[in-house]
Design a protein around this ligand. Structure first.
Ligand SMILES: [Zn+2]
Length: 309
């Protein structure tokens, strides 16, 4: 963890003693705003203080909005049962999920969090603009999804088999991004009034594509407790899973962003209502959705129908 010695501002400023004291003595349970209970603070204080220390070169008063922002993020994550891990929570997609669930009026919290992420060396392409952006990737073809599924189903190691199937079903079947796969257990899979199967993540419920309902069912039966993707934490697991698949003849590389693109492009191509696409994919605006359009098959309604060969 950062010590006073190696803290430096963008212009080489050294940590200020009074700011470090402010961080170390920070206790938002005494604040006028109802931010966090004493019991919660005891669980999140280490994370909040650690995230703030790289900004100790700032003047105490300048740091205050950052302190509130970090606390709000930690409270939200703690109440969602998410791991208090810097790289995990400060990921742009995670910040986007957090932002969506904030009340109006606290939206600029995310711009402070983006700067905190930078101070913690959690650089992302989105960090410079302050706007979290999803990663647009080419969806898998139907054939590629079949190859991946067949490979997963035939895997001789039971744990890996279930983890791979879970990643495929959550990613390509429900559009769940890597970060949001964490903490998703069998109890998150449920049915809505329309009779369809849905998966609940921190951003809401996603309708599971027909082709993955059976696979998700199988995963839930094999792993009724804990995370569907397996016990390993966060990025580790999807990274391991990628290595299990890598280099297999006839099997494309496993990429969770491509799985999600497969789900979203599938909804677009199936002419799902726009509101449902937003709701199920967790995409929050048209601009973000537009990033997937170049990868979607265009409807064949042009005025010059090709003549059959
Ligand atoms: Zn639901």
């Amino acid at each position: 963890m950062n010590t006073q010695k190696n803290i430096e501002g963008p212009n080489g400023e050294k940590a200020k003693k009074e700011t470090l004291e402010l961080i170390n003595g920070y206790n938002p349970t005494k604040s006028k705003v109802d931010l966090v209970s004493p019991a919660e603070w005891s669980q999140i204080s280490t994370f909040v203080r650690n995230s703030l220390r790289p900004m100790a070169y700032m003047a105490p008063n300048t740091l205050r909005p950052f302190m509130t922002a970090a606390t709000r993020l930690a409270v939200w994550a703690h109440r969602q049962g998410l791991d208090l891990d810097l790289g995990y929570l400060f990921d742009p997609l995670m910040l986007e999920a957090f932002e969506v669930q904030q009340e109006a009026g606290v939206l600029n919290v995310v711009s402070y969090l983006t700067r905190l992420a930078e101070a913690n060396n959690l650089h992302t392409p989105a960090a410079s603009t302050g706007v979290p952006r999803p990663t647009y990737q080419r969806p898998y073809s139907t054939h590629e999804i079949q190859s991946l599924t067949a490979f997963a189903k035939a895997h001789s190691n039971l744990n890996r088999r279930i983890s791979l199937l879970a990643i495929l079903a959550l990613g390509a079947g429900a559009g769940v991004v890597r970060q949001r796969m964490r903490g998703v257990g069998a109890d998150a899979v449920h049915t809505h009034d329309d009779g369809s199967t849905y998966v609940r993540t921190i951003t809401g419920c996603s309708k599971v594509t027909d082709g993955f309902v059976g696979i998700l069912d199988e995963v839930c039966r094999a792993r009724p407790e804990g995370q569907l993707i397996g016990a390993a934490q966060g990025d580790d697991l999807t990274t391991y899973a990628t290595s299990w698949v890598k280099g297999r003849v006839g099997v494309p590389e496993l990429n969770v962003d491509r799985l999600r693109a497969t789900y979203i492009c599938g909804l677009i191509e199936a002419h799902a209502p726009l509101q449902n696409i937003f709701e199920w994919s967790g995409v929050s605006n048209l601009e973000s959705l537009d990033g997937y359009m170049p990868f979607c098959t265009k409807p064949s309604t042009s005025c010059t129908e090709s003549v059959a060969q």
